[in-house]
Design a protein around this ligand. Structure first.
Ligand code: PEP
Ligand code: MN
Length: 337
C-alpha cells in the first residue's frame, strides 16, 4: 500500500500522515521526491488505513498494490480464482475442455459436433456467431440465429456455451444466450467492449492479442474487473513472431508466467496459435503439462468444407483421440478432466 501526497504537500501534513499510520501499529517508508512525497506502508492489516486516510489534508491517493494490474495480480488476491458455472469449475482442479466449430454454420452441424464433444469429455461448447474476419468479404457469422442454435445445443447436451462478442452494442444480446462471453484477440484492447463486458457481470474469456505482452493482457483484464466483474478467464492463443510456418507462435511459457503473477484461470487455444490441425494435439497436451486450466479447440464434422478455419479444425474422430491423451496428461500433472 502506498500513500501518494499531493504536489506541494507541506512538511506538517506529511508528518501528520506518518504519525497516523504509526498509530495503527504500521511502519512507514517515506520517499521524498522533488515533486511529490510517497509513503510506503509495511504491515499486515492495511484496510483501516484506506478508510481513515482518505480525505486527510495533503493526501492525493492511496494505492494498495505495486503491481500495475491491481485486481488481476496475485498481490491483491493470492488464491486462485475458480469460476463455478453449474458443476463446471474453471480454474479448479479439473482441466476444462472447450470445443466446437470456429463458426456456427447451421443447426445440424452444431448439434452433431456438440453431442460428440460432450461424449468425449468437453464441458463447454464453442462456436462463433459474430466472426471477426480479416476480410469484410469473408463469412461473418450467422449472428443471433447462431446464438439460438448454441442455446439449443446447450439445452440438449448440458454443455456450457462460449461465444465471441465483437461489439459493445451486442453484449446484452450475447449475454442472453452465452454462459461465457469471449473477447477475441483482435479486440483485446477494445476498451469500450471490455467495459461493457465488465458491466454485464457475465463470465468472460479474454484472448491475448497477437502483439500484446502478458502485462497488456492483464491490464486489459483490469478493464473488465474494475467494473465489478471478477469472473475473467485469460486465453493464450499465440502471438506474432517472425516464424511463418505456423499461423502464430504459441507462447507456452506465458502459462506458468501468468499463473505465477495472476490468480485468474488460464486457457490455451492451440488451434489459433498454430493454424494447423496436426499441431493442435501436441500443443494441447503441452499446454496441460505446462499448467493450463484448460484448452479451447476447433472441431468440425467436415473441416474441408468449413466456412472458417478449416485447416486448424479437428475432425470428430481426431477430437476423440486427442481427449484420451489429454486425460492422461492431466492425470500426470495431478488433475482430472
Ligand atoms: C476464435 O476463437 O474464433 C477467434 C477468432 O480467435 P482469436 O480471437 O484468438 O483469433
Ligand atoms: Mn477460428
Amino acid at each position: 500500500m502506498i500513500i501518494v501526497m499531493r504536489t506541494g504537500a507541506g512538511k506538517e501534513q506529511i508528518e501528520n500522515v506518518i504519525e497516523k499510520v504509526h498509530s495503527f501499529g504500521l511502519r512507514t517508508h517515506p520517499i521524498y521526491g522533488v515533486q511529490k512525497t510517497v509513503i510506503g506502508i509495511v504491515g499486515d492489516d492495511k484496510t483501516r488505513i484506506v478508510e481513515k486516510m482518505h480525505g486527510m489534508p495533503g493526501v492525493e491517493d492511496i494505492i494498495p498494490i505495486l503491481q500495475p494490474y491491481k485486481f488481476a495480480g496475485r498481490e491483491a488476491h493470492p488464491e486462485d480464482t475458480v469460476i463455478a458455472l453449474g458443476d463446471v469449475r474453471i480454474g479448479g482442479e479439473d482441466v476444462v475442455v472447450m470445443a466446437g466449430p470456429c463458426a456456427v454454420e447451421g443447426e445440424e452441424m452444431l448439434l452433431q459436433t456438440a453431442r460428440r464433444v460432450k461424449s468425449a469429455g468437453a464441458r463447454v461448447l464453442r462456436g462463433g456467431a459474430y466472426k471477426p474476419r480479416t476480410s469484410p468479404y469473408s463469412f461473418q457469422g450467422l449472428g443471433e440465429e447462431a446464438l439460438k442454435y448454441l442455446a439449443e445445443a446447450r439445452e440438449e447436451t448440458g454443455l456450457l456455451v462460449i461465444t465471441e462478442v465483437t461489439d459493445p452494442r451486442n453484449v446484452e444480446l450475447v449475454s442472453r444466450y452465452a454462459d461465457i462471453l469471449q473477447v477475441g484477440a483482435r479486440n483485446m484492447q477494445n476498451f469500450a467492449l471490455l467495459t461493457e463486458v465488465g458491466k454485464s457481470g457475465h463470465p468472460a474469456m479474454l484472448k491475448r492479442g497477437p502483439s500484446s505482452t502478458v502485462k497488456d493482457l492483464l491490464l486489459a483484464a483490469e478493464y473488465v474487473i474494475i467494473e465489478g466483474n471478477r469472473d475473467v478467464i485469460l486465453c493464450e492463443r499465440g502471438i506474432t513472431t517472425f516464424e511463418t510456418y505456423t499461423r502464430n507462435t504459441l507462447d507456452l511459457s506465458a502459462v506458468p508466467v501468468i499463473k505465477d503473477i495472476s490468480h485468474l484461470p488460464v486457457i490455451v487455444d492451440p488451434a489459433h496459435a498454430t493454424g494447423r490441425t496436426h499441431l493442435v494435439e501436441p500443443m494441447a497436451l503441452a499446454a496441460i503439462a505446462a499448467g493450463a486450466d484448460g484448452i479451447i479447440v476447433e472441431v468440425h464434422p467436415d473441416p474441408d468444407s468449413a466456412l472458417c478455419d478449416g485447416p486448424q479444425a479437428l475432425t470428430l474422430t481426431q477430437f476423440d483421440s486427442m481427449m484420451g491423451k489429454v486425460r492422461s496428461i492431466a492425470g500426470i500433472v495431478g488433475r482430472g478432466l
